[in-house]
Design a protein around this ligand. Structure first.
Ligand code: PMP
Ligand code: GLU
Length: 405
């Protein structure tokens, strides 16, 4: 019998992090692995942000911070939400954390009682359903497929609502599909939420600035639901600061106070140095973000062209984020050297071990027919990775045609 709690025994390890680990292990054995598994930009943190952190060290920002973050930082985030998103928040509605992942966990743990339901459109980001499990909640999935550009309809949303529904949770731009909901599409979902005033909405906007269709729309811009929305965002993607660990939530005051209380027992405030870097980032220019967006658009078009040429892959054109989420079910049942590819997990492992490209199986994103590739890598690596994937997939043959051994 395990000494560990049921809570942790029932929890899955993050699939993105697991695949990144497997890729690193193979690379450590001297294999030239191209890692398209972890969603992490290959850019550097902007210099003006790094300078602010160096200054904070020299000025002895080395003490505990307020749990919810320095007021100066919370004010800079509130100003950003007004300036970039046209949403009014007072600084005391913002709680800074050690990353968007922690802010998601905070919001779920503060809102969900055991047995309450959380509606999550699939494909979703790997941690959503596991965090709901941690809160003893029940995930209710709405299936969106490549044929609907991975978007759900208001009818699907309404059909999933029950008296136990507490939360709806989604990301736009979406990880893993890159799908972006337009203002009109969000308005149609808002019309449903207006009928159900007890449902709260977690809006994960971490890819806000990696958006190729123009202006990002937040569901919190709709006044009729704003008070029930918890915006989640942070520095990881827009400012290439994954390792610095800074996220935030923006919500009504009651939820913000609850999150502050939870953090006071679990982590306290995030790093003082990171927070001062965050003040510079949120008060600073978006020039580096815009440059990064241009590069991502170029890479998206490059990879789209290359993936489209691979027979058997069904590919959507992502409108944001930095992932492709091709449908790969046509390879299920095929084999090479006696190794049968039964599902997306097998295919992803096959691509790693034989093609030396690390991807992530769609299973943990709630879609067992796809795999995820991140294109946050240099162009030459992306070209080589697509070449390797194409070659590896071409080796897979129908079982019937493989002679028996
Ligand atoms: N939400 C989504 C959709 C993500 O892809 C990620 C991964 N960066 C996070 C949240 C967590 O981000 P952070 O690094 O700020 O914890
Ligand atoms: N969010 C990134 C991803 O989806 C980083 C990994 C993680 O935080 O789980 O790959």
């Amino acid at each position: 019998m395990s000494i560990l709690s049921n809570r942790i025994n029932n929890l899955a390890e993050s699939a993105t992090i697991k695949m990144a680990k497997l890729g690193r292990e193979l690379a450590a054995q001297g294999v030239d692995v191209i890692s398209l598994s972890l969603g992490e930009t290959d850019f550097f943190t902007p210099d003006f942000v790094k300078d602010a952190a160096k200054k904070a060290i020299d000025e002895n920002y080395s003490y505990y911070t307020p749990v919810a973050g320095y007021p100066e930082l919370r004010k800079a985030i509130a100003a950003k939400l007004k300036r970039e998103n046209n949403i009014d928040y007072n600084f005391d509605q913002i709680v800074v954390s050690t990353g968007a992942k922690q802010s998601l966990a905070n919001a779920i743990l503060c809102l969900v009682n055991p047995g309450e339901e959380v509606i999550i459109p699939t494909p979703y980001w790997v941690s959503y359903s596991e965090l709901v499990k941690l809160a003893d909640g029940e995930s209710v999935f709405i299936n969106a497929t490549i044929d609907s550009d991975f978007k759900i309809t208001p009818e699907q949303l309404e059909a999933a609502i029950t008296p136990k529904t507490k939360l709806f949770m989604f990301s736009s731009p979406n990880n893993p599909t890159g799908t972006v909901y337009t203002r009109e599409e969000l308005a149609a979902l808002v019309a449903v939420f207006e009928k159900y005033p007890n449902i709260y909405i977690i809006s994960d906007e971490i890819y806000e600035h990696i958006n190729f269709i123009g202006q990002h729309t937040s569901i919190a811009e709709f006044e009729s639901v704003k008070d029930r929305v918890i915006i989640i965002n942070g520095l990881s993607k827009a400012y290439a600061m994954t390792g610095w660990r800074l996220g935030f939530s923006a919500s009504n005051k009651e939820i913000a106070n609850a999150i502050d209380k939870l953090q006071s027992q679990v982590t306290s405030g995030t790093s003082s140095i990171t927070q001062m870097a965050g003040v510079a980032a949120y008060n600073g220019s978006l020039d580096s973000v815009k440059e990064m967006q241009k590069v991502f658009l170029k890479r998206r078009d490059l990879v789209y062209g290359l993936l489209k040429e691979i027979p058997g892959l069904k590919v959507n054109l992502p409108a944001g984020a930095f992932y492709f989420f091709p449908e790969v079910s046509s390879f299920f049942g095929k084999s090479v050297d006696g190794e049968v590819i039964k599902n997306a997990d097998d295919l992803s492992l096959y691509l790693l071990n034989k093609g030396h490209v690390a991807t992530v199986s769609g299973d943990s994103f709630g879609d067992p027919n796809s795999i995820r590739l991140s294109y946050a890598a240099a162009e030459d690596k992306l070209i080589e990775a697509c070449k390797r994937i194409k070659f590896a997939l071409e080796q897979l043959k129908d079982e019937k045609t493989v002679p028996a051994v």
